[in-house]
Structure formats: structure tokens, C-alpha cells
Write a protein that binds this ligand. Structure first.
Ligand code: GLN
Ligand code: ZN
Length: 742
């Protein structure tokens, strides 16, 4: 009989118990002891869920108080100097200081850097390494968890990050492979500890095998795994996910490990070859359920596909989800809002466990003779073809002339990114509106008052291009998802994004269409209150797609184009209503970029094409803005240019304007207008006027002043009005100062 296991299970709890307990602990409302108990009970429930579906192993080590990569940093003693204080007396607080800069005890410090986990929306804490880095093992927490599982009667399979992936993720050392030998000492010690606990299988995650690896790293795999294999009498399951292995497929299977896990959702085509490459004693773990989506799997299809392999390999075939279920919501049974016919089609983590059990059973039975038809791989090419003519009628150079005449903006025009502070009152009113406690009319009136106030403040501040402030939006994707047909919203489909923060992506359930205008009412009301231009504010098609659970029956690009068509209509409605400057945010463009370089061109062709399509029919005078909040544009500069937005605003304040070089270097620089954020909105500090003047002048050295805008680096919804007022005032004055000196 084939075996079943998962690479990891969500740790937030079915009702986000972990989030609630963490935040209560940070606020000083519950004791550390209480927090520890919540964690223990979540682990227990997770193992219980796995065991009750008959999974052959339960996974241990996937729990984290904040992040699994941080767990490893602490386990290996990778703790920068500034976190050293107070560790002996309170380890968990040290952990939280590393994660978020503060904890109930100890002095606040600058937190570790955080960045996205491969191509997911999960964020890990970057290991902060230094040239003289040495590693020391402190694995007590993990051993404790293994004992916990064992004492409950489970067969525990600990999961650890592999040494190569761990080093790959680290920053601060040029030749990080030099640290390998020392790091391997920790693994040796750890493995012998596992052995003495009677562990048989260890899952060792090396997702970097799905990347375009430099040769040096590829060959390191051979030496490292030869050594790991010698360390203890353990079976290693080398696990990979998120990407096809391609040139690393052979490499993975040639390593002296007990088995290999591959992602059959991202690379179904590699299953057959993997089965060929499999050694006589090796186990093949097939990640057939999608660990990153919410749909029920086609178990019949997998039954017929896997049956010959199951017959050949028996216990050496393991079934699993493609990756850790960390990226799936927890339990569909807690979903009270969705109608039964929708629920039927869905499977969250808990349901995926049951699917594994079902598939295991199906594979023990003869396959019914009704053969399932061959699948046609779904590709995105046809969307790209349809988007050939998505360019605007005039080129930027011609548009710019007309726009200058039309808008009469000063040099260095000032603007903001869209949102203004979301006050407690505003949140409360939105909640009351949702629950029907206040009437539609009262709600509209309240929002109009918010908008009027935002316009009044912006006029006093003297900004040049105003915004309505996004008071009506809880979230930049959910707001549109709720108004478009084709989306389904869960009540409890939370997925961890980082630490205690979870997101609840909407589900693209069917074809998308726009029954009516979504933003025109608010934007045109705002415009009616002022002589200055008000910028319309939309979330772009790629961001809406990337921050939702996509369909699996059509290519992502098809849904993207459907969303783009809905937005195209919205853009035209805005234009008709007299909104002649429209911003289409695409902060998630980069996160959909495939992990393999060879697939980038394809992605950008349809993603960028869809963006352009949204504004392909506006008048030349209509000025299209876009916004992205990240740095490091180098790799995607071509794509950014071909968005062909008239103005792009980007984040640059935190990276100390270094990223601007990406815009400046490129043969002659970024061709259109650009607003590099001149102050960091993530910090409560109010930037001084002088500091902003300096920064602007520095920027003006790389960006021609005729094409330069002045703005903060992202939306202001998380800030208070007091901070926003002073910051924007200084920003506007800084722009005036620089203008006057020209
Ligand atoms: N317009 C949005 C805002 O200002 C943009 C948010 C974002 O880039 N994440 O809030
Ligand atoms: Zn932003």
C-alpha cells in the first residue's frame, strides 16, 4: 500500500488561535505560559488531524512562533549582536525581538529583514550572517516537539531546512558556501539527536533545487549530501517544491538519500522521469494535491495516472501535497458563509488530508475501466496573442505633450499613492455597514464626509494631484473582488503571510465580469469638491489575480484578461465621468514572476499585456499612473517599461535610493515619468523638510526633472492623520523649495 504524509501543516489554528494568542502576549494580556499552551494545543490538533486520516507519519518541526526560517537561525545560533541581550532569561522574547524588533521584555531593536518565500506571499526572516559566522546547535525546542508527538503515540517525521537552502536564503556573506563545513557540524549533531530519539525519517527541504542554480551550488549538493548521509542511521527525504527541477532532477535523484519529494502540481511532466530515476531502495514522494490552492483534486485522474506506479513501488510511493499546507487555509468545515454547492468544490488543508487518505485507498483498488481523457496542458500563449494590440494609440512622447497642456502641472508635481488614514471610526462604520447595522444611506454619507475631509486637507497642504483616499476599501483586492462577478469570498480562509499576519485571498470561482461601475461614484464625488485633478484609483489585473486563489481549469492569464477587461470598462467609465488621471496599482506584478528565468518572458508577455489592455482605449490626454511598492527592479526593468504607464510611483525611500539606479542606468533611463517615494511611510517618523530637499536633489541627479514626481513611497492608510499632515506638508514644501531654486 502506498504511504501518505504532508510536508507541513498550517500553524495558525483553525480559528487563528495562534495569531490571537501571539498578539495578546505582545500586548501583555496573557502570560508566556498561556501562549506556550496555545502552541502546544495547535500542534496536538494538527498531529491528531493527520493521524485521524491515517497518514503514515506526522510532521514535526513545521510549527513556529513566527517563522520556520527564523527557527533555524536560532537553532544554529545565527543571532546578530544586537539581539544578544536578555536571551538567557527569556528565549521566546529574544525570538520575538529577532522577528519584530520588540517583545514584552528587553529593549526594542531593529528587527531582522523580511522577504518573500520563493514565489509565495509568505514572508520569512532573512538569516543575518557575517564573514566570521560560526554555528552552534540549540535544538531543544525541536527535540521537545518530537518527544511531544511521540508521547502521544505518533510516528514523528521531523522537517528541517536543508543546509544549502538555508545558506542560500542568508545575507551578509559574499562566499556563503565557505560557511558550509561549519554548518554541517550542526546537522551532524542534530541528526544524531534525532537518531537517539528513534526517528526513522527526516524531511530535509531543499526548494532551491527548483531554481536556476549556479554550478558551484549544484556540485555542493553532491558533497553535502554524501556527508549528511554518513551522519546517522536516518532516512532522508529530500523535498523540493514550487518549481520543476529540470536540470536538477537527475541531480536530486542521484544523491544518497532515502527518497525525494517532487511538486507534481508545478511539474506534472517530471513524474514519469522521476519514477525512472528512482533508486531501488528510494522512496518517491509525489506532491499531487495543490498545497497552494483551495480546490478539490481530481482523484480519479490521479488514480489512473498513479496506478501503475503504485503497483510497481507499493510502499515506496508516498502521496502528499505539492508543498507544505502552510499556504492553504486550514479547515473548510469552519466556513459558514459559503453555500453547499460551492463548498463541494473546495478543499482546505484539513480536507486535503482526507483526500490523501481517499487517494491511498483508490490506489489499492483496481482502476475502473472508464479511462480518463488525456489532459491538454493549459497554456497562456493565446492570451498573449490576443493582446498584441494592447498599446495605446499614441506613444508616450506624444501623449506627454498633450498631457502637459491639458493638466498644466508645475514641475515636480506632488501627489500621494492613494489611501489616507483608516481611522477606528472608519473601520467601525465599515463593519456596521457589512453587518447591516447602519443603512446604505448613512454609510454613503459617512464615506462622503471622509472624502470631503481628505480633499479639504489635501487642498490646504497644497498637493497638486489629489486622491479620494480609499475610505471605502478594507483591502485593495477584496474591494474589487466583492464587486466583480466570478469571485467567492470565504469567512475564514486565512493563510499566514508573516508572523501573526494572515491574509484571506478571494477565490476566482468562475468567469469574471463587471456588473456595474466600482469606483466612479467615489472618485467623481471627490472631483466635484475641487478644481484640482483627482486621481482615480484602481487595483491592477495582475495584482488582483496574484492575490487571489486562481482557477485550475483555465490558465491564469485567461482570468487575468477577464479582470483586465472589467478594469478596462471601469477606466473608461472613470474617464467619461471626468476623471482624467487614473492610477492602476500593480504591487504584486513581481511576485507572480516564475522562479525559472526561462519562463519569465512568457509571464511578462501576458501580465504586462493585461495591464496595458486596461488602459488601451483612453484618450491621449488621460494620464495613466501605476504604483509598485518594492525595490530591486533590475530584473524586471524591461517589463516595467513596457507597462507604458505615463507615470510610475515606486518605493525607494528605504533602499536609500539605490534602486533608482535601475531606472537611471538603463540606456538613457526610464523613459516615462517617475515618482520615487521620497519618504518611508512604514515608519511613524515625520521626515524633515531639509532632509526631503536633499533627497529630491539627489534624485534629480539621476532622473530628469521634467519627468520627476514627488510622493511618499506607498499608501498612508496605516498612519495617523497627525503624522500624515506633517509629513505631507514637509514634502510639499520641499518640492516648492527645489522648484524655486531651479
Ligand atoms: N493605492 C494603494 C494605497 O494607497 C496602494 C497600496 C499598495 O501599493 N500596496 O493604499
Ligand atoms: Zn505601495
Amino acid at each position: 500500500m502506498v504511504q501518505t504524509h504532508v510536508l507541513g501543516y498550517p500553524r495558525i489554528g483553525a480559528d487563528r488561535e495562534l495569531k490571537k494568542a501571539q498578539e495578546a502576549y505582545w500586548r501583555g494580556e496573557i502570560s508566556q505560559q498561556r501562549l506556550l499552551e496555545v502552541g502546544e494545543s495547535i500542534r496536538r490538533e494538527n498531529w491528531q488531524a493527520q493521524a485521524s486520516e491515517g497518514l503514515n507519519l506526522v510532521t514535526v518541526g513545521d510549527f513556529a512562533w513566527y517563522d520556520q526560517v527564523l527557527n533555524h537561525s536560532l537553532m544554529f545560533g545565527v543571532v546578530a549582536e544586537r539581539f544578544a541581550e536578555g536571551a538567557a532569561s527569556n528565549k521566546l522574547d529574544q525570538y520575538f525581538r529577532l522577528a519584530r524588533g520588540r517583545a514584552p521584555s528587553g529593549q526594542p531593536v531593529a528587527a531582522s529583514a523580511m522577504t518573500k518565500w520563493f514565489d509565495t506571499n509568505y514572508h520569512y526572516l532573512v538569516p543575518e550572517l557575517h564573514e566570521k559566522q560560526t554555528f552552534t546547535l540549540d535544538s531543544n525546542w525541536l527535540l521537545e516537539e518530537i518527544r511531544e508527538a511521540q508521547s502521544l503515540g505518533y510516528k514523528a517525521k521531523p522537517v528541517v531546512l536543508g543546509p544549502l537552502t538555508y545558506l542560500w536564503l542568508g545575507r551578509g556573506v559574499d562566499d556563503v558556501l565557505d560557511l558550509l563545513a561549519n554548518l554541517l557540524l550542526c546537522y551532524a549533531e542534530l541528526f544524531s539527536q534525532f537518531e537517539s530519539l528513534g526517528v526513522e525519517w527526516v524531511q530535509i527541504d531543499e526548494p532551491i533545487l527548483g531554481l536556476d542554480l549556479p554550478e558551484q551550488w549544484r556540485s555542493a549538493f553532491h558533497t553535502v549530501y554524501a556527508q549528511l548521509n554518513q551522519m546517522a542511521d536516518l532516512q532522508l527525504l529530500l523535498s523540493t517544491y514550487f518549481s520543476p527541477l529540470r536540470e536538477n532532477l537527475q541531480l536530486a535523484f542521484s544523491l544518497p538519500v532515502g527518497g525525494v519529494h517532487i511538486d507534481c502540481v508545478r511539474a506534472p511532466e517530471e513524474l514519469a522521469e522521476a519514477a525512472q530515476l528512482l533508486g531501488e531502495d528510494q522512496v518517491l514522494s509525489a506532491g499531487v494535491l495543490n498545497g497552494r490552492n483551495v480546490w478539490r483534486a481530481d482523484l480519479q485522474k490521479w488514480q489512473s495516472q498513479l496506478k501503475p506506479l503504485a503497483d510497481r513501488l507499493g510502499e515506496r510511493l508516498w502521496l502528499s501535497a505539492s508543498c507544505s499546507l502552510l499556504h492553504s487555509p486550514v479547515d473548510l468545515d469552519t466556513e459558514t458563509l459559503l453555500p453547499a454547492e460551492q463548498k463541494q468544490k473546495l478543499a482546505f488543508s484539513r480536507q486535503k488530508l482526507a483526500e490523501l487518505a481517499q487517494l491511498q485507498k483508490l490506489l489499492a483498488e483496481p482502476v475502473p475501466s472508464t479511462a480518463t481523457p488525456e489532459e491538454n496542458p493549459i497554456a497562456g500563449n493565446s492570451v498573449t496573442e490576443r493582446l498584441q494590440d494592447s498599446w495605446r494609440a499614441q506613444r508616450y512622447q506624444e501623449r506627454a505633450v498633450l498631457q502637459e497642456k491639458c493638466w498644466q502641472l508645475p514641475l515636480l508635481p506632488t501627489t500621494t499613492i492613494g489611501s489616507f488614514p483608516q481611522t477606528d471610526l472608519l473601520r467601525k462604520v465599515r463593519r456596521q455597514h457589512r453587518s447591516g447595522e447602519i443603512s446604505e444611506l448613512d454609510y454613503t454619507q459617512h464615506l462622503r464626509a471622509e472624502i470631503a475631509e481628505a480633499i479639504r486637507r489635501q487642498e490646504i497642504l497644497g498637493l497638486d494631484v489629489l486622491v479620494h483616499g480609499e475610505a471605502e476599501r478594507n483591502d485593495m483586492v477584496e474591494y474589487f473582488g466583492e464587486q466583480l462577478q466570478g469571485f467567492v469570498h470565504t469567512g475564514n480562509g486565512w493563510v499566514q503571510s508573516y508572523g501573526s499576519r494572515c491574509v484571506k485571498p478571494p477565490i476566482i470561482f468562475g468567469d469574471i465580469s463587471r456588473p456595474q461601475a466600482m469606483t466612479v461614484e467615489w472618485s467623481s464625488y471627490a472631483q466635484s469638491l475641487t478644481q484640482r485633478p483627482v486621481k482615480g484609483m484602481l487595483t491592477g489585473p495582475v495584482t488582483i489575480l496574484n492575490w487571489s486563489f486562481p482557477r485550475e481549469d483555465i490558465h491564469r492569464s485567461e482570468s487575468c484578461l477577464q479582470i483586465a477587461e472589467a478594469l478596462r470598462q471601469e477606466v473608461l467609465d472613470l474617464e467619461n465621468a471626468g476623471i482624467g488621471i487614473i492610477q492602476i496599482d500593480e504591487p504584486a506584478l513581481r511576485e507572480g514572476v516564475p522562479l525559472r528565468e526561462s519562463e519569465h518572458a512568457d509571464y511578462f508577455a501576458w501580465a504586462v499585456g493585461c495591464f496595458r489592455f486596461t488602459c488601451s482605449e483612453v484618450k491621449a490626454e488621460t494620464q495613466i499612473h501605476t504604483h509598485m511598492c518594492y525595490s530591486n527592479f533590475n530584473a524586471i526593468m524591461e517589463a516595467i517599461v513596457s507597462l507604458d504607464a505615463d507615470v510610475i510611483t515606486i518605493e525607494s525611500a528605504r533602499s536609500d535610493l539605490r534602486l533608482l539606479s535601475a531606472f537611471a542606468d538603463r540606456n538613457g533611463g526610464y523613459p516615462n515619468e517617475i515618482g520615487p517615494g521620497i519618504y518611508d511611510i512604514h515608519s511613524p517618523n515625520v521626515p524633515e523638510r531639509e532632509e526631503l530637499v536633499e533627497r529630491l536633489k539627489k534624485i534629480a541627479e539621476v532622473v530628469p526633472i521634467q519627468r520627476l514626481w514627488v510622493n511618499p513611497d506607498c499608501g498612508l492608510k496605516t498612519r495617523s492623520w497627525a503624522e500624515v499632515g506633517s509629513s505631507l506638508l514637509n514634502m510639499v514644501e520641499a518640492a516648492r523649495t527645489v522648484r524655486s531654486e531651479l
